[in-house]
Design a protein around this ligand. Structure first.
Ligand code: SD4
Length: 331
C-alpha cells in the first residue's frame, strides 16, 4: 500500500518535472518541432564521417535514382567495408590484440526500426547482417558466434578479414604490445552515414572494426543504437567516430538528436555533444571524437575534440568535404 502510493507520487512528480521545461521552452523561444517547418528541406542528401567520397557517391547514386535512404546508407557504407585500404572498417580492418578482426555495425530506418551486430568475425559486410537482424528477426542485436551463424544462414560468405598488410602491422605491434590511440591516424576511420531521400525520410548506418588492438571481446559505440548512431525521422540523425567508450558514456548520438528536437541546429547540437564529453574528461587531450548530424531540413553540422575530423556531403549542391571546427585548436 505504502509502496504503491510512493510510486504513484513519484511518477507524477517526474512527469511534472519533465514536462515543465519543455512546455516553457516551446512557448518562450518558439523553438523545437515548429521551427523547421519554416524552411525548405534539402533533399536528397547523404553525409558521412571522414572523407569517404566513394561511399557518399554510392549513396548519392541510390538516392538520385529515387532509392530510399535505408538502401542508400547500407550501400554507401558497404563501399568502405569492402575497401581493404580502410584499416578501421570491414575487410582489412585492424585486429584485436589476439589477432582477430571483429566487426561492429548497426543500421536504423525512418520508423525507428534498427538492427545491430557486435563482435562479428569473418563477414565482410556487417551492416547487411545488421539489416537482416532488423528485418528478419524480432531482435535488435546479435553478437559473436550467434551473429556469425545467423549470417551464414542468410547466405553471407565466410572470408578471412585479416589482409597481408594488417597481418604485418599486427606482427609489428606485437613486439611492444602497447595499446594506444593515435589521434586522427590509427583508430578513426569508422564510417557513420546519414541520408534523407526524396520522400524526406531519414536513415543511418555505422560500421567499424573498432579500436585497433583492443582487448578481445571489446565492443565500441558504433553498433550501439543511441551511442554511435541514432535516427528520429521527425527530427534528424546523428552518428559518431572516435573513442567509443566516451561516446557510450554520454549516449552521444541520441543526445544530439534530442538537442536538435529542442531547437538546436545540427552544428550547435554536435558542439554540445562534444562539450558534454569534455566536461567528463577535464584536461584530457589524448583522444578524438567526431560527431556528425543532419536535421529534417537537410542542414548538417559536425564538431570534434581535435582538428582533423571532416565529413563528406553529397546533395544537389555538390559533393563536398566539409571542414569541422574543434574543441581544441591546433598547437
Ligand atoms: C569504436 N568508434 O569502436 C569506434 C572507433 C572509430 O574510427 O571510430 N574508429 O570505438
Amino acid at each position: 500500500m505504502e509502496r504503491r502510493k510512493f510510486l504513484k507520487k513519484s511518477s507524477l512528480t517526474t512527469a511534472g518535472l519533465l514536462s515543465a521545461p519543455i512546455l516553457a521552452s516551446n512557448k518562450t523561444e518558439n523553438k523545437g518541432e515548429n521551427t523547421p517547418l519554416l524552411t525548405e528541406t534539402r533533399k536528397p542528401i547523404a553525409i558521412c564521417t571522414w572523407n569517404f567520397a566513394n561511399a557518399t557517391a554510392k549513396a548519392w547514386e541510390v538516392l538520385s535514382n529515387k532509392g530510399n535512404a535505408l538502401d542508400a546508407v547500407e550501400q554507401g557504407v558497404m563501399v568502405e567495408e569492402a575497401n581493404e585500404n580502410n584499416k578501421t572498417v570491414g575487410i582489412g580492418g585492424r585486429p584485436d590484440r589476439d589477432g582477430n578482426v571483429t566487426l561492429d555495425a548497426c543500421i536504423m530506418d525512418k520508423d525507428g526500426n534498427c538492427g545491430s551486430v557486435v563482435y562479428l568475425q569473418n563477414i565482410v559486410h556487417p551492416v547487411s547482417v545488421a539489416r537482416k537482424v532488423m528485418e528478419d528477426t524480432p531482435h535488435i542485436i546479435l553478437a559473436g558466434k550467434g551473429a556469425e551463424q545467423f549470417a551464414y544462414e542468410k547466405g553471407f560468405k565466410k572470408t578471412d578479414l585479416l589482409t597481408e598488410s594488417t597481418r604485418k602491422q599486427y606482427e609489428e605491434w606485437k613486439k611492444k604490445s602497447k595499446y594506444e590511440t593515435i589521434i586522427n591516424i590509427e583508430n578513426h576511420d569508422t564510417i557513420g552515414m546519414l541520408a534523407i531521400d526524396e520522400n524526406g525520410d531519414i536513415a543511418g548506418a555505422c560500421t567499424t572494426s573498432g579500436m585497433a588492438y583492443k582487448v578481445a571481446g571489446r565492443v565500441g559505440d558504433s553498433p550501439i543504437i543511441g551511442a554511435g548512431l541514432y535516427v528520429d525521422n521527425e527530427v534528424g540523425g546523428a552518428t559518431a567516430t572516435g573513442v567509443g567508450e566516451e561516446v557510450i558514456r554520454t549516449v552521444g548520438s541520441f543526445l544530439i538528436v534530442e538537442l536538435m528536437r529542442q531547437g538546436k541546429s545540427p552544428q550547435e547540437a554536435c558542439e554540445e555533444g562534444v562539450k558534454r564529453i569534455m566536461k567528463k574528461n577535464k584536461g584530457r587531450k589524448d583522444f578524438q571524437i567526431g560527431f556528425l548530424a543532419i536535421n529534417k531540413q537537410g542542414e548538417t553540422g559536425g564538431y570534434c575534440v581535435h582538428p582533423g575530423f571532416t565529413y563528406r556531403e553529397y546533395s544537389e549542391q555538390g559533393h563536398k568535404n566539409r571542414q569541422v571546427s574543434s574543441f581544441y585548436q591546433k598547437g
